[in-house]
Design a binder for this molecule. Structure first.
Ligand SMILES: O=P(O)(O)OC[C@H]1O[C@H](OP(=O)(O)OP(=O)(O)O)[C@H](O)[C@@H]1O
Ligand SMILES: Nc1ncnc2[nH]cnc12
Length: 212
């Protein structure tokens, strides 16, 4: 990850990443005197916003529309690959289900293994679990014991961060196994959480804000 590639660069932390809020906003075109990455506008435009799904009041950010446009899909994967290549990342951990769409492509491109973090009772064998709170009710993520070794540098990938509950559970699972969670990476962050993107002390890197 070069300094030139990061338009919202703040100070580098001990993890080798930029600190605190890191929103690669698609607008304005210039930020901190540098041109924004032109790929961001295309990524933002390709995300379909569906009002009142899956329930009234929710503006659903649908990444399946982006997946139908291979050049834009590639741009999104490339931006993460450019950020994490050469950082000694041993594993990319993807969150079921939409983190499974982006995580493996990033892992293969940077030469890292892929760790699936799954919803309950999907993984055979020994697992560790973390329950987390959703807007209504709870959910749980599980990871295979032995998927990561103590000290391994890991990036967590998902499509979207809203409350951060899902990413927090992922961080806890990996840290319980001794992993060094370097950063969480999401395509989309909801604007109302703009100043919330440091979870359990781990930076969250966002490409674009939700358009609604
Ligand atoms: O920041 P949070 O408030 O935790 O929300 C973000 C999570 O919500 C969505 O997944 P969802 O739980 O809908 O599961 P799915 O990917 O299986 O549809 C999304 O893909 C994230 O994983
Ligand atoms: N607004 C939203 N769009 C898509 N996925 C979500 N997960 C949580 N909130 C979401």
């Amino acid at each position: 990850m070069g300094e030139e590639e990061n338009n919202n660069s703040t100070s580098k932390n001990s993890r080798g990443c930029d600190d605190d809020v890191m929103v690669e906003s698609p607008a304005p075109a210039k930020e901190n005197g540098r041109a924004a990455d032109p790929r961001l506008q295309g990524i933002s435009d390709a995300i379909r916003v569906v009002p009142h799904f899956p329930k009234p009041g929710i503006m659903f950010n649908d990444i399946t529309a982006l997946l139908l446009r291979p050049a834009v899909f590639k741009d999104a994967v490339d931006m993460f690959v450019e950020r994490y290549r050469g950082m000694g990342i041993a594993a990319v951990a993807g969150i079921e289900a939409r983190g499974f769409i982006f995580g493996p492509a990033i892992a293969l491109a940077i030469g890292a293994k892929f760790i699936p973090l799954r919803k309950p009772k999907k993984l055979p064998g020994e697992v560790i679990s973390e329950t987390y709170v959703l807007e209504y009710g709870t959910d749980c993520l599980e990871m295979h014991v032995g998927a990561t070794e103590p000290g391994e540098r890991v990036v967590v990938v998902d499509d979207l961060v809203a409350t951060g509950g899902t990413l927090s559970a992922a961080i806890k699972l990996l840290e319980r196994a001794g992993a060094d969670v370097v950063e969480c990476a999401c395509l989309i962050g909801l604007p109302k959480y703009k100043n919330f993107y440091k979870l359990n002390g781990i930076p969250v890197y966002i490409l674009v804000e939700s358009r609604k």
